[in-house]
Every structure is written in C-alpha cells, then in structure tokens.
Ligand binder design. Structure first.
Ligand code: CUA
Length: 170
C-alpha cells in the first residue's frame, strides 16, 4: 500500500509540471499578444529591391501625418543608414513604420517599445509603435549587415509641437 502511494506521488510530480509548463507558456503567449501587443509581422507587400528608389512610397522617404496623433513613416534601410534617420513626433503619437531594404537583410529595433522587425530586401515590413512620453527613442539595426553595421542607427524625438523627418547623412 505504502509503495503504491509513493509511486503515485512520484508520477504526480511529473504530471503536474507537464501540465503547468504548457499552460504557463500559453498564458505568456496570450499576455504578450493581447496585453503587451507583441505580434509577428506579416508580409504586407513586396517591392523590387532594385527599384526601391523609384517605387512609391519609398521614392520619398519621410513622415506623413494620417490624422490627429497618427503618423506613417516610409523608411529605407540600406547599408549602413536609415532614411529618414531622425523623426520628430509629439507625445501620444501612434507611428506606423513601413520599411524596406534595397540591398541586404537589416533589422529595425526601437528599445523600450514593442518594435522589432526584420527588414528583408524585396519585402515590406510594417510595424506600429506608440510614443506616449517625451524623450529620445534611438532605433538601430539589429541584424549584422556588414562592416559598418554598428553605425546603422537613428532616433525618434518625441517632443511637444513637432513633426518632421530628416534624411540620413549619406
Ligand atoms: Cu543594417 Cu546591420
């Protein structure tokens, strides 16, 4: 009898974690998807990487206001800069980045926000970020793309009474 009870508890010690771990992962998935709004980016469009500079909207990279507090940024990520490299929006803005690459695989990452996408040549990445508080939000390329990868960066300036975009120095 005692032996049987011991085996049962031993099995239970394995059964409970095997249920708790998947349930915990599911909860984590639901929290990140619906609570923190982290999503996998979908393929929203394609563009001929050889014709990025003449294909709208990437022929005119920059910031466009869609409505009160809502903006869209058409951005080209190339070796080794972002164009535009500086964006200014007022606090409380919702900014959707529409990004592509004419050359190699880059990344677009804004720390302290849920903004992190791969930028593939031939594909258009689309991701929305919210900027509630004033401040400087640097963004950077997080995919190794060559010699000057570590210099590939820019910033979002969130400050009152401002909206604009500046191209990179290159
Ligand atoms: Cu672009 Cu690393």
């Amino acid at each position: 009898m005692k032996r049987g009870t011991t085996i049962y508890l031993y099995e239970l010690a394995w059964i409970l974690p095997s249920v708790a771990i998947p349930v915990g992962m599911l909860v984590a998935l639901l929290v990140t998807a619906f609570g923190v709004h982290i999503h996998l980016p979908g393929v929203v469009g394609r563009v001929n990487p050889n014709r990025v500079q003449s294909t709208p909207p990437f022929d005119r990279p920059g910031l466009v206001q869609l409505g009160p507090g809502r903006y869209e940024v058409y951005m080209v990520a190339r070796t080794w800069s972002f164009d535009p490299a500086e964006i200014r929006v007022p606090p409380g803005s919702e900014v959707t980045f529409v990004i592509t690459s004419p050359d190699v695989v880059h990344g677009f990452f804004i720390p302290r926000t849920a903004t992190n996408v791969m930028v593939l040549p031939g594909q258009i990445a689309r991701i929305t970020a919210h900027f509630e508080k004033p401040g400087v939000y640097p963004f950077l390329c997080h995919e190794y793309c060559g010699l000057l990868h570590h210099l590939m960066a820019g910033q979002v300036l969130v400050e009152a009474q401002s909206a604009g975009a500046h191209p990179s120095g290159t």
